[in-house]
Design a protein around this ligand. Structure first.
Ligand SMILES: NC(=O)c1ccc[n+]([C@@H]2O[C@H](COP(=O)([O-])OP(=O)(O)OC[C@H]3O[C@@H](n4cnc5c(N)ncnc54)[C@H](OP(=O)(O)O)[C@@H]3O)[C@@H](O)[C@H]2O)c1
Length: 273
């Protein structure tokens, strides 16, 4: 793709989304940088060709308004990047109904809503590209993040399926699958705690030790934004992009190993056997 195309990105207040705004802008793109609280944003507001505007992926109306504002300002939207999302770790038994509903509402239905909202625009133009920020855990699981991993698996299925529906209309879809990234995501992970259930104590302790050791493998948000940019601009029909050395290693192992050996490897790595 060439300069002066327009991208709309969700969840740009921090992390991968914010890094992606800066990269696309620096590469000559118009950017609709959307977030829940644009009034708090000061840095992106200063950039040329960047429209900072409100979008909450749980609110259909705010999605439609952000798209309309982007089209009014830049004429068209060429690429939608569904990046907004949050993670959680903790016990299935200790997960509240509210958290279960909210994580699917943001990480899965949020993407479905933005996709539904942009499709009339893309269909009218006979082209468009949607890049969904998934995770390596959309393809391979760790312990104690069952609900978060379930959302990313759902996102993978939604995206993989949507290619059959949308490709014939000139609309392409892509998945970026980052490994661990040093962003607010890791500090803001919603934790369910141990629910006061002693049976999980040993496993949880070993798990948290393994998670701490993982810190050295994290990518930067800028490295992941680079892969998002590549997915948006390489003009290929490649569906999946592994992002980060840890993701490449894990997903290559997932492909190469049989199920039983892979599950055994993960259980050993996290000390949960
Ligand atoms: N960090 C990792 O290790 C990692 C690994 C693999 C995949 N990912 C994925 O990468 C994406 C970006 O995460 P990040 O690591 O950059 O974390 P981050 O810095 O916490 O960014 C997440 C963004 O999502 C936004 N968001 C949350 N709920 C929203 C809603 N209802 N509507 C609109 N925006 C909402 C947040 O906005 P607020 O500021 O308003 O909360 C924030 O801008 C997520 O989809 C995440 O699952 C992250």
């Amino acid at each position: 793709m060439t300069a002066n195309k327009t991208v709309l990105i969700t969840g740009t207040s921090s992390g991968i989304g914010k890094a992606a705004v800066k990269l696309f802008q620096a590469s000559g793109w118009n950017v609709v940088a959307t977030m829940r609280t644009p009034e708090k944003e000061t840095e992106l507001q200063q950039l040329d060709r960047v429209l900072v505007t409100a979008l909450d992926v749980t609110k259909q109306e705010s999605i439609e308004e952000a798209i309309a504002k982007g089209v009014a300002k830049f004429g068209t939207i060429d690429v939608l990047i569904n990046n907004a999302g949050f993670g959680m770790m903790g016990l299935i038994e200790a997960s509240s109904e509210e958290l279960m509903q909210r994580i699917f509402d943001v990480n899965v239905f949020g993407v479905v809503r933005t996709t539904k909202a942009i499709l009339p625009h893309f269909r009218a133009r006979g082209e468009g590209l949607i890049v969904n920020v998934s995770s390596m855990v959309g393809r391979a699981c760790f312990p104690f993040q069952a609900l978060y991993h379930a959302t990313k698996h759902a996102l993978e299925g939604f995206t993989e399926d949507s290619q059959y529906e949308l490709n014939p209309l000139g609309i392409r879809v892509k998945l970026v699958e980052p490994g661990g990234v040093a962003t607010d995501f890791l500090t803001s992970l919603e934790q369910t705690g141990d629910g006061g259930i002693a049976d999980y104590k040993d496993s949880l302790e070993k798990y948290f030790l393994a998670v701490q050791a993982y810190a050295e493998k994290l990518s930067t948000p800028e490295q992941i934004a680079q892969v998002v940019f590549e997915a948006a601009t390489d003009n290929s029909d490649q569906l999946r992009y592994w992002a980060g050395e840890d993701a490449k290693q894990l997903l290559a192992a997932r492909k190469a190993m049989n199920d039983r050996d892979f599950y055994q490897m993960i259980a050993e790595q996290f000390g949960v056997q």
